[in-house]
Ligand binder design. Sequence first.
Ligand SMILES: *[C@@H]1O[C@H](CO)[C@@H](O)[C@H](O)[C@H]1NC(C)=O
Ligand SMILES: *[C@@H]1O[C@H](CO)[C@@H](O)[C@H](O)[C@H]1NC(C)=O
Length: 491
Amino acid sequence: MARVRMFRWTWICFWAAIAGLCALAPTEGQQQCPPLGEISPCSCTVKKNGLDILCEFTDQQHIIDAMGKLKGKTLTIFYLKLRHNNLRKLTGFIFLGLDIRHLTIHNSSLSVVEEASLSSIGKMLTQLDVSQNNLIQVPSQAIRNLNQLLILNLNHNKVTSLHSKAFQGLDTLEILTLYENKITNIETDAFVGLEKKLKRLNLGGNGLTKIPQKSLAILDMLKKLEMQENRISDIQEGDFEGLKNLDSLGLAHNKLRKVPAKVFSHLTVLNSLELDGNNIDTIDSEAFVGLEENLQYLRLGDNNIHTIPTDALKGLHRLRHLDLRSNNISYIAEDAFAGYGDSITFLNLQKNDIRTLTGVVFENLNSLETLNLQNNKLMHISEDVIEPVLDTLKVIDIVDNPLLCECDLQWYKNWLRNLRDKDDDLMQKKRAVCIMQQEHREYSLQSLPLEKMNCIIKDYGLVNAGRGEICRPIGFLATTGTVLYVTVMLF
Ligand SMILES: *[C@@H]1O[C@H](CO)[C@@H](O)[C@H](O)[C@H]1NC(C)=O
Ligand SMILES: *[C@@H]1O[C@H](CO)[C@@H](O)[C@H](O)[C@H]1NC(C)=O
């Protein structure tokens, strides 16, 4: 009996739920595409939040006509995408009477945005993408009423200068991207109006030669600033003053030669700093002052650095990821990682000129998980040097080094042996080899002929055996369950 009642209740609930959905439905149900062909050559599909309308490879008149057909129908156009058109000019009132939430005008030769073209959709528009067009300046008059806008994309245009108050009115804007324009000049008040909400700013791929400090200084809420691929040759103390919430700074692929003292000292919450692909050869010992408490990612690859900049890095006790690939480092001092190495989990030294690794060089790297030494000039990597990090290491890459076949490379061979069942594929892709000089041939480290080399063969398998000279076990192999693998790191 109880069961029948339960059953009945289940049904009642079920129908009640359906009725509830139906009650909601009429508002959603109104979203219907116009009859087939009516807005041709544009097409329409119904999406969860409204219509998705696409007009491609057509011209201004067809677009104006299609917009006319959509008017007065109380539709929500969630996406209006105009791509690959001939739409040199966006005329006044073209969208009058429409409710558009996301507007894209992409690769359509757009160069004129008339003042009254967008104001009618300002109350609803949250995203505006006018990328890959011919705009030579920010259409400030046309966009200033877009007071719900969150994202503005002006990438791949021909903007040469950001004039004063270019974005005024966009009080809600959170993301502004101007990647790949031709900006060489940013006026002091260019970003006025964006100070309360702007979180991300992309000025990459332009022609800036210095940091537009005064314009940027008002952006209190900015978290991510991208200025990669410009022509900035010089940065100095005070350049980032005001950016007190900045989390990520991208200065890769500029023309920097020096990182001077205290240049980032105002960026006290900075987490990630990209300086790769410059010509940096000098890093002041106080270069990273101010970043001590938060910096975790530091990219210094593709520069002209000759030594690990230990003095500069010393205070960075949160540093996890240090990338020094493709530099000109030939020698690593034994105390190179003293003071800050403890927190590093990722260290990339590939494509340098490193010839030797001596003594206790890795001793401070107590958290190291990934070590990339690929493509250096190393002839020996002895167990003594590598042993301090073997406990924590999950990935090591030593391919492309002129290693000599020596008994002291047994640790690697043994490591591979333990890996064999785990990730054979990966190992087959790229093998570390050593050179057997007497025989003028190479051996894979995996099949080092230890007997022929008259090595004392260490027995790594005996975990608890006496820790004598000969069979000192490498603790990590037997004691941790970590899946270790040699990775071909694809950088
Ligand atoms: C841009 O649009 C034109 C048509 O106007 C098209 O031929 C061209 O392939 C498009 N370019 C890209 C990169 O999509
Ligand atoms: C690398 O450094 C050595 C000396 O330390 C120098 O002779 C060489 O020119 C440098 N190479 C580059 C590409 O700067």
